[in-house]
Design a protein around this ligand. Structure first.
Ligand SMILES: *Cc1c(COP(=O)(O)O)cnc(C)c1O
Length: 401
């Protein structure tokens, strides 16, 4: 089917909640994509930081096909032979990053992983601090998902307005302002929820010392520190987890999703063991979460990431990308960690226009703010592909400026 036919079907039958770019992708390979008209693209967005090992990764594809022929799904009324193995692997990664062993709940998306984190934090808070301790403090400009509860935690009033009333017990403070956070921390607060790098908020990394100070404040006020690593987790920032760029942070709960299945929908909420113990059988559940297919895909993703040193690759290629972006005359600032990068454009250049011109020129990036572009290529992107992508951008930006 060509683009026009697909567009017509979409507008007729799909709820129109997205302002989509005018392209329909049909095939991928590594950092490359092809659209319905056969045109090739370099993908510097990876399905929103999700396809970290690249499109159609052969090992992941084989594992998915094999598991599909073996066992897809049995529900969580029974154990399956993939979920506990994946839990062990994630727990090992987080135990080594936090120094504390924990346990994992599997969900199907980032929002659901955060939903689990919020329910767990409330349960833990009320069990330890009484019925009033259920409030969650997050940051302005954050993004935690689009379910009603994660929307209540998402510090973007314009996204919340149309869905009032939202669940209560959520408030936001300025990101990176420890005094503002301290002022918001009364005895009702059960958790502070933050992204180590605000991804949707424009690729804004926590400044040095901030997360450490939040940790100390949480300890002082008996609140849990919940880190939303849905976008930053699993190698994207050049380390396994975004918080590992800071010193002593030791989050109590960490959520993950995007990169975990390399495109298979799966999310995870990890919690320190004594925090996880606040959930009793029956407290939380999902039909699909941690099913054999998604768990097998994620196990294979972790295998490949470890073998290929995906975090190390992200760090190296990220440095290259940031250097090359900074050398473009119309780029006034470059920020980010590893391969989660944003380029701020010179005054008067609209990022949305540059992003759509890039698409026309065969480069997939997105305008993460009105004035900046986001880059999140696959972590295994090559040196030559970074060169090529930046060269396309350089030409495009010159034409638009
Ligand atoms: C994408 C994202 C989410 C939401 O994930 P979904 O899978 O879209 O529900 C939550 N938090 C962060 C930090 C994200 O980047």
């Amino acid at each position: 089917m060509n683009y026009d036919d697909l567009w017509k079907l979409d507008h007729e039958h799909v709820m129109q909640t997205y302002g989509r770019q005018p392209v329909a992708f049909v095939r991928g390979d590594g950092a490359r994509l092809w659209d319905s008209e056969g045109k090739e693209y370099l993908d510097f967005l990876s399905g929103l930081a999700t396809v970290s090992l690249g499109h159609a990764h052969p090992e992941v594809a084989d594992a998915i096909a094999d598991q599909a022929r073996t066992l897809l799904h049995v529900s969580n009324l029974y154990l399956n032979d993939q979920q506990p193995k994946l839990a062990e692997r994630l727990d090992l990664l987080l135990t080594s990053a936090t120094g504390t062993a924990g346990q994992v709940f599997f969900a199907n998306s980032g929002a659901e992983s955060n939903e689990c984190a919020i329910k767990l934090a409330r349960r833990h808070g009320q069990a330890n601090g009484g019925p009033e301790r259920f409030h969650v403090v997050s940051a302005y400009n954050s993004f935690h998902g689009r379910t009603l509860t994660t929307l209540a935690a998402t510090g973007q009033p314009q996204k919340q307005e149309t869905f009032q009333p939202l669940p209560t017990g959520f408030r936001q403070v300025e990101f990176a302002d420890i005094d503002a956070l301290r002022a918001a921390m009364d005895e009702r607060v059960c958790a502070v929820l933050l992204e180590p790098v605000q991804g949707e908020g424009g690729v804004q990394a926590a400044p040095p010392g901030y997360l450490e100070a939040v940790r100390a404040l949480c300890d002082e006020r008996e609140a849990l520190l919940v880190l939303d690593e849905v976008q930053t987790g699993l190698g994207r920032t050049g380390k396994w987890f975004g918080f590992e760029h800071s010193g002593d942070v030791r989050p109590d709960i960490v959520t993950m999703a995007k990169a975990l299945g390399n495109g298979m929908p799966i999310g995870a909420c990890w919690a320190r063991r004594d925090v996880a113990a606040a959930f009793k059988p029956g407290d939380h559940a999902t039909t699909f979460g941690g099913q054999p297919l998604a768990a097998r895909a994620a196990l294979t993703v972790l295998d490949v990431m470890e073998r290929e040193n995906a975090p190390g690759r992200a760090e190296q290629r990220g440095k290259q990308l940031m250097q090359e972006l900074a050398a473009i005359p119309e780029v006034v600032d470059v920020r980010g960690l590893g391969l989660l990068v944003a380029a701020e454009l010179a005054e008067g250049i609209a990022a949305a226009s540059v992003a759509s011109a890039c698409l026309g020129a065969g480069l997939v990036v997105n305008a993460v703010t009105p004035t900046s572009l986001r880059f999140a290529p696959p972590l295994l992107v090559t040196e030559a592909e970074i060169d090529r992508g930046v060269a396309i951008l350089r030409e495009v930006v010159r034409g638009v400026a």
